[in-house]
Design a binder for this molecule. Structure first.
Ligand SMILES: [Zn+2]
Length: 145
């Protein structure tokens, strides 16, 4: 199976990654922050998770790198306080997931189902990466898909 997405770049924080994502999207490049769920849980640990990873499709990688190069030249990462607020607001508006049991927003989705990963190695001899795992609620301990 061909892997279609690669990590184009890692960032020390979510805001820089979001700025870059917006820029790439405005250039028609589809991209996504790969580990935003982990980072959102604990933004201060972004570095511990290996940084905020911005993924693009392989066919777009070359163009993405050119855009990164232009962005670096413009020092776009020196975002203003206003930019940060705007990005944070956008993020909040995107939160539409909540616990179906108690309505809490204190939820977390496993990035990879480790059990499914281990099982696929056992049964098939090679790992199948499951991109999304189950949701967990910290409030009522509910689990759901
Ligand atoms: Zn709950």
């Amino acid at each position: 199976m061909q892997k279609k997405w690669i990590t184009a770049r890692t960032f020390p924080d979510v805001v820089s990654a979001e700025v870059c994502k917006t820029k790439l999207e405005s250039e028609g490049i589809q991209c996504e922050i790969e580990n935003d769920e982990l980072i959102n849980m604990n933004p201060l640990n972004a570095v511990a998770y290996g940084g905020v990873k911005l993924g693009v499709k392989i066919k777009d990688a070359k163009k993405a790198l050119e855009i990164f190069h232009q962005l670096d030249a413009k020092e776009i990462y020196n975002v203003t306080e206003e930019d940060k607020k705007r990005i944070e607001n956008n993020k909040l508006q995107k939160i539409k997931n909540y616990c179906p049991n108690c309505g809490s927003l204190e939820i977390f989705r496993e990035p990879i189902s480790k059990r499914a990963f281990a099982l696929s190695v056992l049964l098939l001899g090679f790992p199948i990466i499951f991109k999304r795992g189950k949701w967990h609620c910290f409030n009522c301990k509910n689990n759901w898909k």
